[in-house]
Design a protein around this ligand. Structure first.
Ligand code: B1M
Length: 212
């Protein structure tokens, strides 16, 4: 077990340089990239959310924390890349329309890429027609949607209805995730899969494509 105190303080302060230094320091001590994210950075980001809820932090400060975490995750990415093999399938991922939160989506993207899926990252604020384009023009086999706001969660159901209306529902698997999403919600809207975290997203994608 490593001491993540200084790393977590750097993230909560939104101090990107210090966060990168602490990340390197813990890597030197032998910490692995996955535990650095899961045990070090994610609890700190949780604390940022708590402080934001209590009005002890405001949007610009939260944005600095988010940018710092995205940079630190970028730093860890090369350490997670294995030997590249043939793609296991094509996934179009995005944070849904109206929603700009991208850290969780970026983690899912990274975990999928290092697990040899080809990932089309559509970014944030992604409307259903952009996912449709990824299926029609790019041959995506899986649509992976992330949402962090209760107000944007319904876009996931809208996406599935659009797939049905376009006659594409049988051609593509749909997985959903993000803090407000549950297995019950996923089942209720007719998604093919739900995952709590990035590793789970890889597991469910592998399962769905092996069944397809
Ligand atoms: Co905002 N924000 N935010 N925010 N923000 C939350 C989500 C909130 C819970 C904070 C709070 O009030 N406590 C709250 C939502 C409340 C609600 O809807 N119930 C909130 C709010 C209200 C807002 C604004 C409306 C604030 C405002 O402007 N007044 C605004 C909305 C902007 C918009 O999107 N239109 C806003 C803005 C922002 C920032 C831009 C400042 C920034 C985002 C920057 C960025 O992403 N680049 C931000 C942040 C950072 C947060 C918190 C603090 C952290 C989110 C995060 O990155 N967590 C968040 C509070 C919290 O979550 N505790 C909060 C770390 C990340 C690794 O976790 O994304 O959950 P997460 O991903 C996890 C899993 O959920 C899962 O895997 C990941 C772990 O492995 N997962 C998937 C995610 N996607 C998946 C997809 C899958 C499978 C798993 O398959 C496809």
């Amino acid at each position: 077990m490593y001491d993540y105190t200084q790393l977590q303080e750097a993230l909560i302060d939104g101090d990107e340089d210090l966060l990168l230094e602490e990340t390197d320091e813990l890597l030197n001590q032998g910490a692995g990239p996955v535990e650095l994210i899961a045990e070090g950075m994610m609890p700190a980001m949780e604390e940022v959310g708590n402080r934001f809820s209590r009005h002890e932090m405001y949007v610009p400060e939260v944005l600095m924390c988010a940018n710092a975490m995205n940079r630190a995750v970028d730093r860890l990415r090369p350490l997670m890349e294995g030997i590249s093999v043939e793609s296991r399938g094509k996934v179009a991922i995005g944070t849904v329309k109206g929603d700009l939160h991208d850290i969780g989506k970026n983690l899912v993207t990274m975990f999928m890429e290092v697990s040899d899926f080809e990932v089309l990252d559509l970014g944030v604020d992604v409307a259903p027609d952009r996912f449709i384009g990824a299926v029609r023009q790019e041959g995506a086999q899986v649509i992976a949607m992330s949402a962090l706001l209760t107000t944007t969660v319904p876009v996931m159901e809208e996406m599935i209805r659009v797939l049905e209306a376009e006659g594409l529902r049988d051609q593509v698997k749909v997985i959903v995730g993000g803090a407000p999403i549950t297995q019950e919600y996923a089942d209720g809207i007719g998604a093919d899969g739900y995952a709590r975290d990035a590793a789970g997203a890889v597991r469910i994608t592998s399962e769905l494509l092996s069944r397809a």
